[in-house]
Design a protein around this ligand. Structure first.
Ligand code: ZN
Ligand code: ZN
Length: 333
């Protein structure tokens, strides 16, 4: 990937560079580590610059949280809540099914066209682009709960694992060395570079939908502003924190079926909230399988959705859990 900004080790970038990074992630110049961000093992951890939260860079993220208070101005309607719930489910599925099980772990195959559809769906969750997400997640698997893991609750505390880690310069850039298989797709790189575009379009679509509903069915009692607040702002923040629980709570709270050498846990409640990601100890033991719930009682809604996409012919070659892994599980190791 072409990097337009010069990397400076141990120095905070200029104010304009940090603000420009909102619009063009590649121009961010906030990679204060040696050219590879999180994967720059030369930079000590914690580092006073690389691991300090950059409030200015994260203002859009902080603003989205504060904007949840707009529900008191926008008011409530069942229509707006329905849009919020549907967008929660759809984007949670895109994060777990596409960003995680496809872009991070390649647990199934698809066409280049549907690959782009999946990337756009994931980008709609406003969790940066697919390369950024997959690269940082692969780094987590390489360093689970060791002293280089950026979001280990045991090493860095609950809140850094939950959300602080990606608010620091160490995590701002794409760890390119870890996503060499994806950088050859210019359409994916564009999504990473201009990662705000898809979320802004979704926000506009929510507003337009609300205006349309108000015109077509005034009895629903909704408006453009209300659907924007519930469907985009509240729903996005809910998807955020559901996703983050896998980095924080799923490394603390639950059962360890496999001795994975890290703190990953299986947790039914988290699996329901995140549509299947809560079987996190299973996943750390065998990340290459499409399903994370290894048994029928381990509810994994994302997997069922992916089976549906396979049935529709959009994806194929879903990788199963090998028999020896299930045997090991029954033996309790
Ligand atoms: Zn983990
Ligand atoms: Zn994973």
């Amino acid at each position: 990937m072409q990097r337009t900004a010069r990397t400076v080790i141990g120095a905070r970038p200029s104010l304009p560079a940090r603000i420009l990074a909102w619009l063009d992630a590649e121009r961010s110049a906030v990679d204060v580590t040696r050219g590879g961000g999180v994967d720059a093992d030369a930079t000590p951890m914690p580092d006073p610059v690389a691991d300090r939260i950059d409030i200015l860079r994260c203002l859009p993220f902080i603003g989205l949280h504060l904007a949840c208070g707009l529900v008191f101005i926008a008011g409530f309607s069942w229509a707006a809540l329905t849009v919020a719930v549907l967008l929660y489910l759809g984007r949670m599925f895109a994060i777990t099914g596409f960003y995680h099980r496809y872009f991070s772990h390649r647990t199934f195959r698809t066409s280049r066209a549907f690959q782009l559809v999946m990337a756009i769906a994931g980008a709609a969750a406003a969790q940066r682009g697919p390369l950024w997400w997959a690269g940082h997640h692969r780094h987590h698997h390489n360093h689970s709960d060791d002293d280089r893991d950026t979001h280990s609750p045991a090493r860095r505390g609950f809140w850094m694992a939950h959300m602080g880690w990606f608010m620091t310069p160490r995590a701002f850039s794409v760890p390119e060395r870890l996503v060499r298989d994806w950088v050859r797709y210019p359409e994916l790189r564009m999504l990473d570079r201009f990662d705000w575009v898809v979320p802004v379009l979704l926000a506009a679509a929510c507003f337009a939908l609300g205006v349309g509903l108000d015109l077509a069915a005034p009895g629903l009692g909704t408006s453009g502003f209300q659907v924007f607040v519930w469907g985009f702002i509240v729903s996005t923040v809910c998807v955020y924190h559901a996703t983050y629980t896998i980095n924080s709570l799923a490394h603390r709270w639950g059962r360890q079926r496999f001795a994975t050498g890290d703190d990953s846990r299986n947790n039914m409640l988290l699996a329901l909230v995140t549509l299947g990601e809560g079987w996190h100890n299973n996943h750390h033991h065998f990340p290459a399988s499409t399903r994370q719930g290894f048994y029928w009682w381990e509810i994994d809604l994302t997997y069922y959705g992916l089976v549906l996409l396979r049935w529709l012919g959009l994806i194929w070659d879903l990788r199963p859990v090998p028999a020896q892994v299930l045997e090991r599980s029954r033996a309790g190791s």
